[in-house]
Design a binder for this molecule. Structure first.
Ligand code: ADP
Length: 777
């Protein structure tokens, strides 16, 4: 169904094809006459070589003459020169009666301007029509208008697109009486297929047949896109050449016939249609949103002349079909879009609520797939890849992700034939011929991939599309029309169903939602952190102020109690003295607690003075101090081993000294052994890996191990709480229950963590992680 003259689009042929001047063919169809006019006098510069037959004057008589002088047209409303002066690129109709040497002749006239020339085309009105009285003509037009209005009304009531098109072709067939009327729709590759048809019962059907893009050359396609129609009443009629003045001094350029309704037909187009047994032809463009959506094609076995008024009525119907089609297709798309949007809204809402963003993305699985109507998906968050539904195996997906990161620069990529861009998918094309890649972050490896399986489509080509290109004699290329319109089947492999624009819009919307949610979460976290910092600071300063203020009255209580004991003990009985002594002890203890609290609150306020801290210097110093304090002469000195040189850490040395001090003094305190065995060391990277420790080479895990009384498992967390002690006040040398709390706070301020492992009666090991000093490693 090649609707017009063409060369072919394929390789070298494509060039010929695109530049083939169908508009400069220099021929018109013989059912009318064409005059090209120039200048203010409307001088005739070119005419078709059939003027004698229609106007009773030979071209030589007309050429070089002002139109209005030669032909005295009688026009109903406006003088002809008005139409000529105001005409544009789009042809306007003018009914013309011309007084010729053979009498008055009536014409349907079309006038348009093209490249500086005015082109006037005249088609004689059939003698039958022209003999009608004005009343008869008006009645005829009114009945046509009624028919069109009724057709429009009945078509508007049909919702289903297929039914609508079928009704439209039926109405147009009834109006025009063409043998076959079809609607032909283009796909995204400009190939097309017949989607509605009415035909004589004995003829073969073209319904469902596909036609390659090459069937319609680019130029003709562009003309159709501008809404032009093509009317060829008799393909077999001998064309008429355009002739121009023989005066060599007058330069004439080939006339551009792009918009001429009479434009001649090239021989290939004639052969092409004659192979389909077509002689009469009319094609109307179906344009939607400035895109050539399809064609309305009318075929007739014999020559078929159609009055201009009926052709115009068909044109109006064509526009209606295009407009209605747009709204009907839009409605279908809209309801699908609504469906997808409902999924998306639900999805986004649950992601926003979820604590674990990734889990919300992949559970329940169908939701992510339904978003774009895919059968498989892969969610990649850095190294973490989750596969959902039907996907290639993990390794293949990993390779595809790497390819996407390297090769794809846009946030959204989609294809329904991945094999063309990524041959490595060959082994998995049955499940991944269609691919959408959504990049959530340009910096990080955050992507969502959706897969669609291969759909083995059987396309019924109308004849073998490759058959129409024939190369003859080396460089000379000719287009020959197909000789066969038998169904020619081609199976298109490695191709999935194409992704719909609404599905892709949804993918982008998902990205924006995710980015929005992630950003919101980050904002929320930052806000919470700020709040936390502020309230921690407030708490610290409150604790500091409170403990500081408490100290003074407490000092007063202690002092007065001591004074009472010293100066007035003789006035008091034994019980009162004993109670007073307890009061002093309790006040001293409270003083100790307040000191500990003061120390603890100060920790949150002072700035960290991070520096490379060599533990081989720091730890032995602490051990010496502790040994000195503990030395009571008789008891054997404790064993504190350092099995291998300690690392250099990035830390505040004063604070780390305090941590080691607390842990070591506890190790010395909480034991029954006369000579406790204590060890200070660190875990190697291997040891960190084996245990479930912080396994980064940037982090040192240090430990203080003893063989003391041990701690029950249930107290592993408690012991780090402020003032928490596991023993009676005076057991194991007493204490405030603040040492471990301070150690924890110091380690956490360094960005590390502290934990304990212990067995009762066997011993305890405190571990804590600090950043290594890289410069000293
Ligand atoms: P304090 O030693 O002043 O009581 P800490 O905060 O240092 O306070 O310790 C809290 C509690 O944890 C101690 O009272 C003790 O019961 C327990 N504890 C701390 N270190 C050890 C250890 N090495 N062995 C056994 N128990 C310990």
């Amino acid at each position: 169904m090649r609707q017009s003259d063409s060369l072919h689009s394929s390789g070298r042929l494509q060039q010929n094809h695109d530049f083939f001047p169908v508009h400069l063919i220099g021929l018109i169809q013989p059912h009318g006459v064409l005059l090209a006019l120039e200048g203010t006098e409307f001088t005739i510069t070119q005419v078709s070589d059939n003027t004698a037959a229609y106007l009773g004057m030979r071209p030589q008589v007309l050429l070089g003459q002002p139109l209005l002088k030669l032909i005295e047209p009688t026009i109903l409303s406006q003088p002809l020169h008005h139409y000529l002066e105001t005409c544009t690129e789009h042809a306007s109709y003018v009914a013309i009666s011309i007084t010729t040497p053979n009498g008055i002749k009536d014409f349907d006239g079309l006038v348009h301007r093209r490249n500086g020339s005015i082109i006037l085309e005249l088609e004689p009105i059939s003698s039958q029509t022209s003999q009608q009285t004005g009343l008869q003509a008006a009645a005829g037009l009114m009945s046509l208008q009624n028919t069109v209005q009724q057709t429009i009304a009945s078509l508007r009531n049909i919702d289903d697109v297929t039914d609508f098109l079928q009704a439209a072709v039926t109405e147009i067939q009834a109006l025009t009486d063409y043998d076959r009327v079809m609607v032909y729709r283009f796909d995204e590759n400009q190939a097309g297929s017949v989607i509605a048809e009415v035909k004589p019962s004995e003829d073969i059907s073209y319904l469902g047949l596909h036609y390659p893009a090459t069937d319609i050359p680019t130029l003709v396609r562009q003309l159709y896109q501008q809404g032009l129609k093509r009317y060829i009443p008799d393909l077999t009629a001998a064309p008429v050449a355009l002739v121009n003045t023989e005066d060599a001094s007058v330069e004439t350029t080939p006339l551009d016939l792009s918009y001429a309704i009479l434009r001649g037909v090239d021989p290939c187009c004639i052969d092409y249609h004659q192979n389909m047994n077509v002689t009469g032809l009319m094609v109307i463009a179906l344009v939607r949103d400035n895109q050539l959506w399809g064609l309305l094609a009318c075929h007739h076995r014999s020559a078929k002349f159609l009055p201009y008024s009926v052709r115009s009525a068909c044109e109006v119907l064509g526009q209606l079909i295009a407009a209605e089609l747009a709204s009907k297709v839009d409605k279908t798309e809209l309801s699908y879009l609504n469906h997808l949007q409902a999924i998306q809204t639900d999805f986004v809402a649950s992601i926003a609520k979820a604590k674990n963003f990734k889990q919300a993305l992949i559970h329940p699985e169908p939701r992510l797939l339904d978003m774009v109507n895919a059968q498989g998906a892969a969610v990649c968050l850095d190294q973490d890849i989750t596969l959902i539904g039907q996907t290639p195996p993990l390794e293949a997906v990993q390779d595809l992700i790497s390819w996407s990161m390297e090769e794809l620069s846009t946030e959204l990529f989609h294809t329904n034939c991945l094999l063309q861009d990524y041959p490595a998918i060959d082994d998995f094309k049955t499940i991944a011929s269609g691919l959408v890649v959504l990049k959530i972050s340009q910096l990080r490896r955050y992507l969502i991939l959706w897969f669609r399986p291969e759909v083995l489509q059987t396309i019924n080509w109308a004849g073998n599309p490759n058959e129409s290109i024939h190369v003859i004699d080396g460089d000379d290329t000719f287009l020959c029309p197909r000789t066969s319109f038998r169904q020619w089947q081609e199976t298109v492999r490695a191709t999935a169903l194409p992704w719909q624009p609404v599905e892709l819009t949804n993918a982008i919307a998902l990205k924006h939602a995710i980015v929005g949610i992630v950003l919101n979460k980050a904002d929320e976290l930052a806000h919470i952190n700020l709040e936390l910092e502020r309230s921690n600071r407030e708490l610290d300063s409150f604790a500091y102020a409170a403990s500081h203020d408490l100290k003074e009255p407490l000092r007063g209580i202690t002092n007065f109690s001591n004074i009472l004991l010293k100066r007035h003990s003789h006035d008091l009985d034994v019980v009162a003295v004993k109670r007073l002594k307890t009061l002093v002890k309790l006040a001293e203890r409270m003083d100790g607690l307040i000191d500990a609290l003061l120390r603890f609150s100060r920790l949150g306020q002072d700035k960290l003075k991070l520096q490379a801290t060599d533990l081989n210097v720091l730890v032995p110093g602490i051990i010496d101090e502790l040994k000195t304090v503990r030395d009571d002469g008789d008891a054997p000195s404790p064993q504190i081993k350092i099995p291998r040189p300690l690392p250099v850490v990035s830390a505040d040395p004063d604070l780390i000294r305090e941590v080691f001090g607390n842990l070591l003094s506890n190790a010395l305190k909480y034991t029954h052994a006369p000579q406790p065995n204590i060890e200070v060391g660190y875990l190697t990277a291997d040891e960190q890996l084996r245990g479930d420790q912080m396994n980064s080479t940037d982090v040192c895990v240090l430990y203080v191990k003893d063989d003391g009384i041990g701690i029950h498992k249930r107290h592993f967390q408690n012991i780090f709480r402020l003032f928490k002690r596991l023993h009676e006040r005076d057991c194991y040398g007493g204490g405030t229950g603040v040492g471990l709390t301070i150690a924890k706070k110091i380690i956490e301020r360094h960005g590390g963590r502290i934990w304990v492992e212990s067995k009762q009666d066997e011993g305890t090991t405190f571990y804590f992680a600090l950043n290594c000093d890289k410069s000293k490693k």
